[in-house]
Design a protein around this ligand. Structure first.
Ligand SMILES: CC(C)(COP(=O)(O)OP(=O)(O)OC[C@H]1O[C@@H](n2cnc3c(N)ncnc32)[C@H](O)[C@@H]1OP(=O)(O)O)[C@@H](O)C(=O)NCCC(=O)NCCS
Length: 285
């Protein structure tokens, strides 16, 4: 699925109605690497096993496709999805004694998992010393280099309670449409979570600290698309510590089963690809 030319998104459906506890002797899915299979077995909840495994399957398929484009064939189990201390996921593939790393973002909701990967664009001619220094700084700070930062979030469309509106939407974002339109509510929520994942903070920042402000009351998805993003508090601090990257966003609705399943909102937040290319170029390490 393509929501924007520089971004690939892979969706995987999985049965959401799961028994509460995972069967003790179940075999891990074959797409998992050995360390992933060990982690999968530690999950006590069958729901958690399924969503975690589906998110990894989506991520591995995207990375496998990228590798194939470069003439490299790898089984899914050879692609490992690791994560930073913050929880931010990335993929690692060993190749010719070197590790190739891909930044990506994962989300799951009600039987649907999504992974988003920012494509390279053309390779940039960036001064090698500058690139090496930048990568070293990122490694030291435990953050993903700017070029590949992306956040994705999906949620099933549902009407939210008034208490949700209080907690999630800043007074400046509220509108009559937002109070009653489940699609607009879910889109705003997923956009905020996509930005949190982009920043790598997760829920450690408040939803009010990420604000989508329009010149007029938010009335439609188009208003969200053309609104401006304001970051406050910890969200702003996280953005500053990443070097104040420009953030773009997209949101759209989709159905899990070719038009017949429930409706979801999928949102992404990402750095503009040209800027990414200019800053980073090739990112093999
Ligand atoms: C990130 C977060 C906002 C997503 O919550 P959510 O909407 O309920 O769940 P989603 O399905 O959309 O996203 C979950 C995915 O976000 C990713 N994620 C977790 N923390 C992240 C972070 N700091 N930055 C970017 N992505 C993150 C993970 O890949 C996770 O899926 P997985 O555990 O199956 O790999 C929420 O998990 C959170 O705030 N976590 C706090 C940080 C945390 O607990 N870290 C765990 C340390 S191991």
């Amino acid at each position: 699925m393509k929501i924007e030319p520089s971004i690939q998104i892979e969706l995987v459906t999985f049965p959401s109605a799961a028994p509460a506890s995972a069967p003790p002797n179940a075999e891990p899915p074959r797409h998992l690497s050995s360390p992933e299979a060990v982690e999968w077995k530690t999950f006590k909840s069958e729901k958690r096993r399924r969503e975690w495994s589906a998110g990894r399957l989506a991520a591995k398929r995207l990375v496998r496709r990228r590798l194939r484009e470069q003439g490299i064939a790898r089984p899914l189990a050879d692609i490992r999805i690791a994560r930073l201390e913050s929880g931010e996921p990335y993929a690692v593939v060993g190749r010719d004694g070197r590790a190739r790393r891909y930044n990506l973002s994962i989300s799951h909701s009600q039987g649907l998992a999504a992974c988003a990967l920012l494509l390279d664009g053309r390779r940039a001619v960036v001064h090698a010393r500058r690139r090496t220094r930048y990568r070293a700084q990122c490694r030291a700070q435990g953050v993903t280099p700017l070029a590949r930062r992306i956040g994705v979030d999906i949620e099933q469309v549902a009407r939210r309670l008034a208490s949700w509106l209080e907690e999630s939407a800043h007074p400046e974002e509220r509108s009559a449409a937002l109070e009653k339109d489940p699609i607009l509510q879910t889109a705003l929520w997923t956009l905020k979570e996509a930005v949190m994942k982009f920043l790598g903070t997760g829920m450690t920042v408040g939803l009010w600290d990420i604000r989508f402000k329009a010149d007029r009351p938010l009335d439609s998805l188009e208003d969200l698309r053309t609104s401006s993003l304001e970051l406050h508090g910890r969200a702003r601090e996280a953005w500053q510590s990443l070097g104040r990257p420009e953030i773009l966003w997209r949101t759209q609705t989709l159905s899990s089963r070719k038009g017949s399943g429930p409706l979801f909102c999928l949102s992404i937040a990402y750095v503009p690809p040209q800027r990414a290319v200019h800053l980073m170029g090739d990112e093999t390490s």
